[in-house]
Design a protein around this ligand. Structure first.
Ligand SMILES: C[S@@+](CC[C@H](N)C(=O)[O-])C[C@H]1O[C@@H](n2cnc3c(N)ncnc32)[C@H](O)[C@@H]1O
Length: 270
């Protein structure tokens, strides 16, 4: 950890000690200035403590708390190039493959886990014919409130705020494309990823497709297990191995790069 990281860790740890409810007391209006920096430091220090304790379940909870926090509501204002440069650029091979699958099956529903600002869900609404419904689930309630207003005239799209793990009844249905895009499973522990994959086992004409970052040094031929990597201290998973282990078939599995990110693009089915 560099000096800036160490200072942030010290500030966050000290704040949590003297004011343990500081973060939880700032959940309604987006804080600015020093309060914002202190909240970020506390969330960072909580995450670091779980990693040091090798407690993957607590690490996942710390990631979920980060994304559920009001301070991340403006994430998508800053991340403006994700859709054009990534989804319709480097990740186009998996988008094309989804079009092929839809042509052959076709899907009736799309459920996106971690839908963020809804651009990808909107793309599917405009470009996959014949869908009955599209559901975006995201833990960040503030972003979903913006989506509801932005896409109010597209009746087929619904947004559900909450932890995706509490909505697997929506995921686990026939004729469904479950899509996870741009770095969402990286915040789920290995066990949680496999629990999600298991939801796909009992269903007809359903697939799970995802685009996720992994560590540059993750040797997918030899390292089945997930580990912490990268700037977010998220999980690098061996997705195809985890999917096969729960009994799914891997229909598509390619890799690509954008700048310094190594991406896995994968589609699995029963
Ligand atoms: C890196 S962003 C990707 C967002 C979007 N898919 C995109 O590529 O633009 C990660 C997203 O996952 C959401 N997320 C993280 N953990 C989640 C969970 N447990 N359930 C639902 N959404 C989650 C975050 O709120 C955030 O919107």
């Amino acid at each position: 950890m560099n000096t800036k990281g160490k200072l942030k860790l010290a500030l966050g740890t000290a704040t949590d000690y003297v004011a343990p409810h500081f973060v939880e007391n700032h959940t309604h209006t987006a804080p600015t200035g020093w309060r914002l920096n202190v909240i970020k430091a506390v969330l960072f220090s909580r995450l670091q403590h779980t990693i040091r304790a090798h407690d993957t379940s607590a690490t996942q909870d710390a990631h979920f708390s980060f994304w559920n926090n009001i301070t991340t509501a403006d994430y998508f204002d800053k991340a403006t190039n994700r859709f054009g440069l990534w989804f319709l650029g480097a990740h186009k091979p998996i988008v094309d493959k989804i079009h092929q699958l839809h042509h052959a099956l076709p899907f009736k529903r799309v459920v996106e886990i971690g839908c963020g600002d809804g651009q990808v869900l909107n793309y599917f609404a405009q470009n996959l014919d014949g869908l009955d419904e599209l559901i975006g689930i995201d833990i960040n309630a503030a972003v979903l409130e913006q989506n509801r207003q932005k896409y109010a005239d597209i009746e087929k799209i619904k947004f559900i705020a909450g932890n995706a793990e509490d909505h697997y009844d929506l995921v686990s249905q026939d004729n469904t494309l479950v899509f996870v895009y741009g770095g969402v499973l990286e915040y789920f522990s290995q066990d949680a990823v496999q629990t999600l994959f298991r939801q796909m086992l009992a269903h007809k004409n359903s697939v799970i497709a995802f685009v996720e970052p992994i560590a540059d040094d993750h040797n997918l031929a030899q390292q089945p297990r997930s580990y912490i990597f990268g700037p977010d201290d998220s999980f690098s998973h061996n997705h195809a191995w985890l999917a096969k282990q729960v009994g799914l078939s891997v229909l598509f599995n390619e890799q690509t790069r954008t700048d310094d990110i190594r991406w896995v693009m994968c589609i699995c089915a029963n």
